[in-house]
Design a protein around this ligand. Structure first.
Ligand code: HEC
Ligand code: HEC
Ligand code: HEC
Ligand code: HEC
Ligand code: HEC
Ligand code: HEC
Ligand code: HEC
Ligand code: HEC
Ligand code: HEC
Ligand code: HEC
Ligand code: HEC
Ligand code: HEC
Ligand code: HEC
Ligand code: HEC
Length: 411
């Protein structure tokens, strides 16, 4: 009886208290959930009003000195510590609002975009920004941990290269970021741009070659490093290997020519670039001079009679009067650098053998007594480069016979 009323009253009052408690609990949980959602889903963290930097710095006094450094992270300087840090109570270890990578990239969209480039830097894709940058402040540009000249060599040691005979100055001095983007780019090995414009910036003397009519494909296509080492090398000028080997990387057919029995002393006393420009030229085949002028550079004595002789006006096999009508440029099976065996060569243009004028014997089985070699058209009688005498004979006809046939012996 007594129990009914209080009981009834209890039945009516008890739900009230528990409902209020439940609602309160729900409100608290919702608030907490919202708070944590707010905290954790907030990517990127939006700038919040600066809290008194003094608060943090009252205890973290060691950071005060950092504020005075030349390059302080703007938000650090502003004292917005809690943009990055979750304020701590008793758990006194680094607590960031987001994983480091997301934290930095959230605000630095330009760097985030670099991660989509074709070539990216491993420490950046891994989010190790603070391998290179100070999070708070530093005395180096871009808040770098080290001066820009030293930051790269910590992980990419260069002391070995510095011992080589020629070191590319921007490399030796550590200006890696003159050529490489520290974060990423669309060019191989994260270069800022294609090699052509990149290298031309500092090599204006090489740049005009790009306008010449005959281009060497690797130069034209900006594959400078097909021949040059961008950092350091033992072979000047910064070549990957000495000539001619550096050319043989791509021209093994020429290597084969140079190994033939009769050949220009390439790799011994002359190199490819004595005749060819490795970059570009005004003349076909990238030669340094046009046509025979190239040969005259080193064989000036031939020029004297050749320019007036009949062979200088031949326009038949190749171009007019070219030495290469008869000679190979690099190497040949036939001395001296001839296209064919000597007599076959003459006959290829003068087919009316045997000799028209005297039926004089020549060829196999006949020894030129003067030279003690096989008797050929050019061994002692004719000089195919001209002699200034009739029919390109080496001596006046009367003397010519007597050189090999002293007058007594003539039949
Ligand atoms: C009452 C003093 C005090 C205040 C105020 C204070 N901290 Fe700390 N904090 C400490 C102590 C003590 C440690 C532990 C230091 C240690 O382990 O070297 C610490 C540790 C830290 C660490 C971890 C350091 C580490 O080496 O792992 C961070 C980050 C940090 N505090 C940030 C802050 C930020 C941001 C503020 C301001 C919102 C702040 N603190 C305010 C006393 C304080
Ligand atoms: C740009 C984001 C950012 C801001 C702003 C920032 N910090 Fe930090 N802080 C970091 C990061 C990142 C670390 C290093 C975390 C690690 O080593 O894993 C760090 C480390 C720390 C440490 C421990 C190591 C050290 O360098 O001494 C302390 C203490 C600290 N911060 C305090 C502060 C205080 C105080 C402020 C405000 C004046 C502040 N931070 C502002 C990102 C920030
Ligand atoms: C809350 C946004 C925010 C976060 C998070 C943040 N930064 Fe910054 N950072 C800035 C702002 C703002 C500047 C100043 C930009 C300016 O001066 O152009 C800046 C400047 C920099 C600079 C110097 C740029 C310059 O041109 O000198 C570097 C480097 C840098 N931040 C690296 C980082 C790294 C590393 C992290 C992660 C540890 C980080 N930032 C996190 C906002 C942020
Ligand atoms: C390997 C070292 C290295 C790493 C790792 C690195 N940086 Fe840098 N960062 C540099 C260097 C060097 C520069 C200066 C570039 C220059 O001089 O052209 C720079 C410049 C910057 C700049 C200012 C110039 C600009 O391009 O906007 C920002 C911002 C920056 N870094 C943010 C970041 C962030 C964010 C991360 C991490 C995701 C990061 N960096 C990782 C080396 C690094
Ligand atoms: C924290 C260590 C670290 C620092 C500092 C560092 N790098 Fe790297 N770098 C690496 C790692 C790791 C790789 C990846 C190596 C690999 O893939 O074999 C790499 C690769 C490279 C590559 C080759 C990329 C490719 O596509 O093959 C280049 C170029 C490069 N770094 C340039 C730089 C430059 C320039 C700097 C200075 C701004 C620098 N690095 C600073 C660690 C670093
Ligand atoms: C003159 C421009 C230039 C400078 C300065 C330069 N590099 Fe390079 N680097 C290149 C080029 C071009 C390549 C690509 C070579 C190739 O195609 O094989 C390269 C390749 C690389 C590679 C990847 C291939 C390798 O050799 O492992 C790394 C790592 C590298 N550079 C680091 C550096 C560092 C570190 C510095 C500064 C000490 C530096 N570079 C300075 C132009 C440069
Ligand atoms: C930041 C400026 C700079 C850039 C970019 C640069 N160089 Fe250089 N380079 C120099 C300097 C300085 C020298 C030494 C002065 C000289 O001999 O002309 C040099 C010397 C050279 C030499 C040796 C020249 C000689 O006469 O011995 C070669 C070859 C060379 N660079 C090739 C390249 C190539 C290939 C590139 C592009 C991948 C390039 N350079 C990019 C500054 C640069
Ligand atoms: C096919 C190989 C090859 C390619 C590709 C090549 N070079 Fe060269 N380069 C050479 C050789 C060989 C020399 C030496 C020529 C000489 O001493 O006359 C040279 C000389 C140089 C020199 C120093 C001599 C001078 O004229 O100042 C520079 C600088 C140079 N090259 C830059 C470049 C640049 C930049 C590129 C790419 C746009 C490039 N080279 C592409 C082979 C090459
Ligand atoms: C990376 C490969 C590569 C290297 C290294 C290279 N070349 Fe070439 N070169 C080519 C290509 C591709 C062509 C055009 C295809 C052809 O005509 O055979 C060419 C053509 C030539 C030509 C003929 C040009 C014309 O107009 O017909 C000459 C001459 C030549 N190269 C000389 C050289 C010399 C000298 C070197 C060494 C300093 C060299 N090359 C190194 C790739 C290379
Ligand atoms: C004595 C001068 C001279 C030297 C040294 C020389 N060349 Fe040539 N090269 C020529 C001439 C002349 C031609 C044109 C040939 C022709 O018209 O038959 C030529 C043509 C070429 C051609 C294009 C035609 C072909 O045969 O494919 C290439 C490639 C070439 N040279 C590469 C080289 C290389 C590589 C070297 C060094 C190993 C070299 N040259 C050394 C004079 C020379
Ligand atoms: C860079 C200098 C140079 C150029 C240019 C040059 N030569 Fe030569 N030539 C030589 C040298 C060095 C020899 C070796 C014989 C010597 O010591 O006189 C030689 C030898 C020869 C020989 C004789 C080979 C032998 O076995 O005795 C012939 C033929 C020849 N060159 C033809 C040419 C022709 C044709 C050209 C033009 C396409 C030419 N040379 C351009 C330097 C050159
Ligand atoms: C009609 C074919 C022919 C033409 C064209 C020709 N040569 Fe010759 N050249 C020869 C023959 C054949 C010999 C070998 C002569 C001998 O046995 O004495 C020779 C020998 C040489 C020699 C080595 C012997 C010497 O006289 O020093 C050189 C160098 C030479 N020629 C360079 C040239 C040059 C340079 C040109 C172009 C200006 C040229 N030749 C044009 C056929 C020719
Ligand atoms: C590429 C073709 C060609 C080759 C190879 C050639 N000649 Fe000729 N030669 C000519 C032409 C064309 C003439 C001028 C027309 C004529 O008299 O038949 C000529 C003229 C001559 C003359 C007459 C010169 C004059 O002043 O009347 C003699 C002698 C001669 N050649 C000798 C030789 C000898 C020796 C050889 C071999 C070493 C040779 N030729 C190889 C094309 C060639
Ligand atoms: C470079 C040396 C040389 C010169 C120059 C030379 N001859 Fe000969 N001559 C020979 C040789 C070798 C024989 C072959 C001798 C043998 O059969 O034993 C020969 C043979 C002859 C024969 C004999 C032919 C035969 O069928 O038996 C006559 C005739 C002859 N020469 C005339 C001349 C006349 C004329 C001249 C000048 C225009 C001349 N020779 C210039 C080397 C030469």
């Amino acid at each position: 009886m007594n129990r009914e009323q209080p009981g009834g009253a209890q039945r009516r009052e008890a739900p009230k208290t528990s409902t209020i408690l439940l609602i309160l609990l729900l409100v608290v949980i919702t608030a907490l959930t919202l708070y944590f959602l707010f905290v954790f889903l907030r990517k990127p963290p939006k700038p919040v009003p600066p809290i008194a930097v003094k608060l943090c710095l009252t205890c973290h006094t060691e950071l005060k000195a950092k504020l005075k450094l030349d390059y302080a992270h703007l938000i650090f300087k502003r004292g917005e510590c809690i943009v990055c840090h979750i304020p701590h109570n008793k758990i006194k270890k680094v607590k960031l609002r987001a994983a480091r990578k997301e934290l930095c990239l959230g605000c630095h969209q330009s760097i985030a975009q670099k991660l989509n480039k074709l070539y990216t830097h491993l420490p950046v894709t891994k989010g190790f920004c603070i391998d290179c940058h100070e999070q708070h402040a530093s005395s180096h540009r871009y808040i770098l941990k080290e001066s820009p000249q030293k930051i790269c060599t910590a992980c990419h040691p260069i002391f070995h290269d510095l011992k080589l005979a020629q070191v590319h100055p921007p490399y030796g001095k550590g200006y890696c970021v003159d050529c490489h983007d520290a974060h990423g780019s669309d060019h191989k090995v994260m270069l800022f741009m294609d090699q052509n414009p990149l290298c031309f910036m500092c090599h204006p003397t090489v740049a005009p070659d790009i306008l010449k009519p005959v281009q060497h494909p690797p130069y034209f296509n900006g594959e400078c490093t097909a021949c040059h080492h961008p950092h350091a090398s033992n072979v000047e000028p910064l070549l990957l290997a000495a000539e001619p080997d550096v050319c043989y990387f791509c021209h093994d057919d020429i290597a084969e020519e140079v190994q033939r029995p009769s050949h220009h002393p390439i790799g011994v006393t002359i190199v490819c670039h004595d005749c060819h420009s490795p970059h570009a030229s005004y003349f076909s085949n990238l030669t340094l001079a046009s046509g025979n002028d190239l040969c005259y550079l080193c064989h000036p004595n031939i020029k004297r009679n050749y320019v007036t002789c009949a062979h200088n006006f031949v326009s038949w096999r190749r171009e007019e009067g070219f030495c290469t009508n008869c000679h190979m440029a690099h190497g040949s099976d036939f001395e001296p650098l001839l296209l064919y065996e000597s007599i076959t060569l003459c006959k290829s243009c003068h087919p009316l053998g045997p000799h028209r004028w005297s039926d004089h014997p020549y060829g196999d089985g006949y020894i030129d007594p003067r030279r003690e070699t096989r008797l050929t058209c050019a061994s002692s009688c004719h000089d195919p480069h001209g002699t200034g005498k009739v029919a390109m004979v080496r001596w006046y006809p009367d003397e010519l016979c007597l050189i090999c046939h002293p007058w007594r012996e003539l039949p």
